[in-house]
Design a protein around this ligand. Sequence first.
Ligand code: 5GP
Length: 212
Amino acid sequence: MAEKGILTVVSGFSGAGKGTVMKALTERFEGYALSVSATTRAPRPGEQDGREYFFRTKEQFQKMIAEDALIEYACYVSHYYGTPREYVECRLAEGKDVLLEIEIQGALKVKKRYPDALLVFIMPPTAAELRARLIGRGTETEEVVKRRLKRAAEEAEGMEAYDYILVNDTVEACAQRLHRLIQSQHMRASVNKDCIERMKRELEEINAGTLS
Ligand code: 5GP
């Protein structure tokens, strides 16, 4: 049977570039599966159902909650967002390292349910750089940029709950660091229980003289 994959939750401020980092990670390295969330918010121009999100009505979303089809869900800016269970659990069982790009309330729920999950927060090098990136996108009004920076200050309050903080100085470097971090989790004692048990058994047998 394949070794179980590592579940990684990535959060970060709007404009921190977490989406770009995740994209770089999945393009550069093998073995990752990016979970697609369900949401009740409307698709933005260019977004496709099943690619960026599964766009669902509130009723459909509530049905998913009732059927326990989501491993977590949260309400963010008046819309529901949730992580479909089946995809995540199947990919983990296949040995894929699964990535969730979700906000903090969801991240904390995942950690409770999957204590071995790795929680990573991606941040820009400085607050001035975050502001410059938000302005540089050219798609947000000054008012929206201000609101996002206020929200970032609120979200920064939750950063201590994460296992690791990664600085997104360049997408390439940050994706490399994230890859190394996830790969190192495969060596954690808590995810290698079978390997530990096997070693104990072998040592017992060798000491009993039943293993040559
Ligand atoms: P957006 O509407 O800009 O795509 O996403 C808004 C926020 O919802 C982002 O912080 C994103 O990480 C978060 N989000 C996306 N999918 C999920 C999910 O399945 N669960 C939770 N808890 N948050 C999500």
